[in-house]
Design a protein around this ligand. Structure first.
Ligand code: HEC
Ligand code: HEC
Ligand code: HEC
Ligand code: HEC
Ligand code: HEC
Length: 311
């Protein structure tokens, strides 16, 4: 009886496996395993492609700033993170020598020569190409080979939230949109591939007045929630601005401005003291914190507060 059951089980198991194999034989699209451009993946992963297309990763090579700062791609040491071949947790990637204009594309993050398959967070049935479940994709370390400084900051913040938790929020959806195939797959958590730079929420910055003198006010500013410097960067030059406007009886009399680069950035839970100066008399200070991303000319306001001064 036991042997019979075992035999039956192995027949069922074997045939499932061979049906799966058959599906891969029938539906495999060989060119997907030869590192095509991102556009090719959009035949099925249409929504993810559209998000990626709007991401900074898709323009990492063709960005005017990058082109200029590498003197028209002549600084070789600069190139590999902007057009990588393959990525590994914590490792600086190697440069690829084709489709460079595609920047950090789908296959550079997902395809591995070692398994001839797409690596991702799930165990999937994906007959057009082989796939391998790889839990590294759910960890911050997958971003760390390129975002080296930010990763160091994140590591020393000792929090559970990963880069993906904040920068790749997920919702239940299909991984593919191609009809009728998506009907055969369960919905899963699909992570936003636009990988937005986000904007610091108001309540993540704590501002306190430390002291007021004739011609100086001292403020304490603390980044209470974001587990990396504000701003954070490796090669980019994002900036934070802290502006103080001095008022006397509702009339603006003066202002002072400080710029914060990532090197002196607001560290996670490490309050920073800043001084602002004026030679005018004042009884109200308006403080505005804003940021500018490295590739943008636009200043975006994060938070404004008014402090009444009683002397
Ligand atoms: C270890 C990987 C890595 C290397 C090597 C690298 N970069 Fe980058 N680069 C990044 C990352 C990550 C960003 C994203 C923004 C940030 O964190 O600074 C970036 C962003 C940039 C930006 C800002 C994007 C924009 O369009 O404004 C510029 C400019 C840039 N890099 C130029 C360079 C130059 C010049 C070099 C060589 C000196 C270089 N990069 C080498 C990883 C790298
Ligand atoms: C002809 C359709 C088709 C094309 C084209 C296609 N895929 Fe897929 N892919 C699938 C299917 C089907 C799945 C499994 C979907 C599911 O389980 O919901 C999948 C799953 C994946 C996964 C998840 C793997 C995992 O283990 O979590 C990744 C990553 C992936 N594809 C990357 C790519 C990349 C990169 C390209 C372009 C080179 C691409 N795919 C092109 C059909 C396609
Ligand atoms: C292969 C290297 C590489 C990997 C891996 C990588 N990035 Fe990037 N990332 C870059 C580069 C280069 C840029 C800058 C592109 C540009 O602006 O021209 C960038 C830009 C960004 C930006 C936008 C910054 C801005 O100023 O708008 C965010 C956010 C980001 N990456 C987060 C992540 C996260 C989260 C991960 C991991 C899931 C990740 N990156 C993986 C290289 C990488
Ligand atoms: C910067 C690296 C990077 C790039 C570029 C990238 N992905 Fe991903 N992708 C990831 C990471 C990381 C995850 C897993 C997120 C998680 O589980 O927290 C993921 C997950 C996926 C998944 C599984 C579903 C999901 O969202 O979790 C699919 C399918 C996928 N990617 C396809 C693509 C396609 C298609 C492209 C190009 C249009 C692409 N990816 C570009 C890093 C990348
Ligand atoms: C708790 C959520 C959270 C986590 C975790 C997180 N970030 Fe951020 N990140 C943010 C917010 C919010 C901003 C926007 C800061 C601002 O206002 O400019 C940001 C900005 C960025 C930027 C754009 C440059 C800047 O300072 O604006 C990059 C690049 C970045 N994060 C990469 C990463 C990487 C890589 C990780 C993981 C090592 C990570 N982040 C983890 C919330 C998070």
């Amino acid at each position: 009886m036991k042997t019979f059951l075992l035999l039956l089980l192995s027949i069922v198991f074997y045939s499932c496996e061979s049906i799966e194999k058959l599906a891969y034989n029938l539906f495999l699209e060989e060119d997907l395993l030869q590192r095509p451009k991102a556009k090719r993946c959009s035949d099925c992963h249409t929504k993810i492609y559209n998000q990626w297309k709007n991401s900074r990763h898709s323009v990492a090579w063709i960005s005017e700033h990058f082109k200029k700062s590498t003197e028209n791609y002549s600084k070789v040491k600069c190139l590999s993170c902007h057009a990588p071949y393959e990525i590994e947790p914590l490792e600086k990637p190697k440069l690829r020598d084709f489709h460079r204009e595609d920047g950090i594309n789908c296959v550079s993050c997902h395809f591995k020569d070692s398994t001839n398959s797409m690596h991702g967070p799930y165990e999937v049935f994906s007959p057009p190409h082989y796939s391998t479940k790889d839990i590294n994709y759910t960890k911050s370390e997958i971003c760390a080979g390129c975002h080296r400084e930010t990763y160091k900051e994140w590591k020393s913040a000792k929090v559970k939230q990963t880069c993906q938790d904040c920068h790749m929020p997920s919702k239940k959806d299909n991984l593919i949109q191609k009809f009728p195939f998506y009907l055969f797959h369960k919905k899963k958590d699909v992570h936003n591939h636009e990988i937005l730079a986000l904007l610091t929420p108001k309540d993540a910055l704590n501002i306190k007045l430390l002291s007021v003198d004739e011609d100086e006010i001292k403020l304490m500013i603390e980044n209470t929630k974001i587990p990396h410097n504000l701003p954070t960067a490796d090669q980019g030059k994002p900036k934070f601005y802290i502006k103080t406007e001095f008022f006397l009886n509702k009339k603006k009399v003066d202002e002072d401005l400080q710029m914060i680069t990532h090197k002196q950035g607001l560290k996670y839970k490490k309050p920073k003291e800043l001084s602002f100066f004026t030679t005018e008399k004042f009884n109200l200070v308006k403080i505005t914190i804003s940021r500018k991303l490295s590739w943008s000319n636009k200043k975006e306001t994060i938070k404004t507060i008014n402090l009444k001064i009683e002397k």
